[in-house]
Structure formats: C-alpha cells, structure tokens
Design a protein around this ligand. Sequence first.
Ligand SMILES: O=C(O)[C@H](O)COP(=O)(O)O
Length: 403
Amino acid sequence: MKYLILVPDGAGDENIEKLEGRTPLEAAELTMVNQLAAKGQVGMVKTIPPGVAPGSDAANLSVMGYDPSVYLTGRSPLEAASIGIDMSDTDVAFRTNIITLTGEGDYEDLIITDHSSGDITTGEADQLIQAVNEKFADDKIRFYTGVSYRHCMIVHNGSTDYELTPPHDVLTQRVGDHLPKGEGSEFITNMMKESYEILKDHPVNKDRIARGLNPANTLWIWGQGRKPSLSSFYDKYGIKGTAISAVDLIKGIAICAGLNSVDVEGATGTLHTNFEGKAAAAIREYKDGKDFVYMHLEGPDECSHQGDMEGKIQCLESIDRKVLTPIVEYFRQAGEDFRVLVVPDHRTPLAIRTHSADPVPYVVYDSRKELPEDKNRQFNEKSGAKGQYFDSGYALADFFFEK
Ligand SMILES: O=C(O)[C@H](O)COP(=O)(O)O
C-alpha cells in the first residue's frame, strides 16, 4: 500500500468576479485530481485551529497529523531544523525575510512592496546575509541563510515576547505602521532599520536594479520561537515516509517528525519550479521502499501573495499535469494499491494577497475502494462544501492513514 499527500500551498481561494464567480480551483484544468475526486471522497477541512495564525507552519503540521495548538512553537524553529541549526533550549529562532521596500524619505515612510524581493536566488541572498552578519553577528546573535528570501536569525538566551508581523500580511503598507512591538523589541527594529543602509546599495542589489528586478534591501524579522519537539510520525502511523518540498518549513517539519526529506534540483518554491523533477523524486522514493510521500508545492501561495491570478491557475494545472499525474500513473503501472490525499494547507485568497483560516477542500482517493463515479464530485470549494467536514487537519490525517 502506497500513500501520497499532495499539498498545493495556498491553493484555496474565494469566488472571483473575473472568473465568472469561480475559484481558481474551479477555473483550472485539473484532469487527474478531478478524475480521482469523481471516484473518491471530497469534502472540507479546517486546517487552522481557532486562535492560531493561518500560516503554513500551523497548516502543514495539522495536515501531517500534528495539532498546532500543541506542537507549534513558532515558524522559524522548524525552518532552523532544515537549515541544520542545532538550537539549544534557550535559543530563539526568528524568521528573517529579505524584502523590497520602495519610496523615499525616512525608513518608517517606505512601503513594504515585495515580501520575496522578486524571488531572489539563494546565491544572491547568501551574499546579503554575509553582509548582515558582518554588521550584526556577535556571541549572542547570528544569521543563517535559508532558501531565496527566507532566512533565520538565532538569538542565544533570547525572548519570544514580541509582536512581529509577517511581511506578506502587510504588502503595500507603510513600514512605520508595522514595526516590532513589545518590551525590548527595539534591537529588532534597529537591526531592520540599519540593514536598509547596508543592503540598499549592496552590489547584489545594484545588479538587481540594473536588471529591472526588485532589490532585497531590508531585513524583516518575524515568526519567532523556541526549539520544537514533535512525536515520531512512524510511532503515530506506523509507516516510513519522505517529504519533498523546496522550502525549509516543510523539510524542517519532516526532520522533526523523523521523516526523510529529499532535495530536488531546480525546486524553487515558485511557479517556475521543477515540477517533473519533484514527481520523479517521489517515484524514486516509492521504488526505494518508502510507503508515503508528502509532496508540497509552494507556487500557488506565492502567486497569490503577488496577486497573480493567471499564474496561480497555471501553477495548479502544472501540479496536476506534471506532478500528480505521473505519480498516479506510476502506481497504476506498478500495480500498487494506493491512497491519495490532495489538500491545500490553507487558503491564500488573491483578493487579500495573504492567508485566511477558512476551511479548504480535500480529495481522498483509494484504489482499493473506488466509489461509483460522479463527475460532479470535484476538487474545489463548492463541491467540497457538499462532502464530509473535518474540523482539523490531524483528524483528516488520522482518517487518511487508517488501515
Ligand atoms: O514567507 C514565506 O515562506 C511565505 O510567503 C509564507 O507563506 P506560507 O506560510 O504559506 O509559506
């Protein structure tokens, strides 16, 4: 028996007037997932518990079977595990985006324009992180390079008691309206402000500007937390698995849960990721004896943050055609019994360009127990609303992995 959980990050959305009232999941040509839906179960699941911020940290923990209210200590500590940072119990990890600010005048009057600095390459970002460490690193603070615009700051004997804002939640807004708050947060604000002076004229950014790309001209610090402690996935479900993702968050969750994590060349976390390479990596894992693959694709979420509706639909179609289809075809050709769960981790409505905690649709298909075909059963919000509702991602995971 083989299991696949495929997560198109942020794929959930709202009815869109430009799509004649359809959602991107309805408008996209999703041949394979809707073929599975027609002979499988479709419903809705609330991946974000009440009172928890709707981020991919909480949502993917939930879908993987872990209650975020219990296990989530913060986003950055999970990413730190993937980066290879051995956090002590007194360390605090802070997610450190390098973002694009635009405008003139005081730092506080600049505009938060791009949380991803135009999907800056990791190689470029690493040069900027080196410059940041030259300025700020000491025996208490150090920055570590992650993936693209996503990095990590470790503070030894740090505090987590600050109110910090994810930059993708406040795009197009004024810096001064979203600076860190809380006792002792001044050191974070000062680093963010000073980083602008270091980075805005850095050669990497002069080159990016010359190429018409968004510069990565300031640090934006958030997502803080202490070292996580997840129970073993194998102890929970009795199967061995692998996570395949471009981003440290998913790799980190997998590592903390005792799952394998596989890197794929050309996996970028964007609309232009190596879809085929990710599918091929999953098939290799199954051939190598793994029972389960957690396949995460960040692209739909990033398109939503950029307000790119066409890109989101294109990304959803690529995931269906270039990732899900070859894996299902492998199962069928290999004569494997298989069970597939396709579920967004959360909604990222294009209208707000950030996450919402509203329920998302799921498809569960089991090759051993096909339902009578009903082509009205589809992978989207309207069809899902007619099916079984799960009040948590981990309840859905328990259902999905039940023997
Ligand atoms: O900062 C990031 O990695 C993403 O923009 C945040 O969105 P996510 O929580 O859906 O990954």
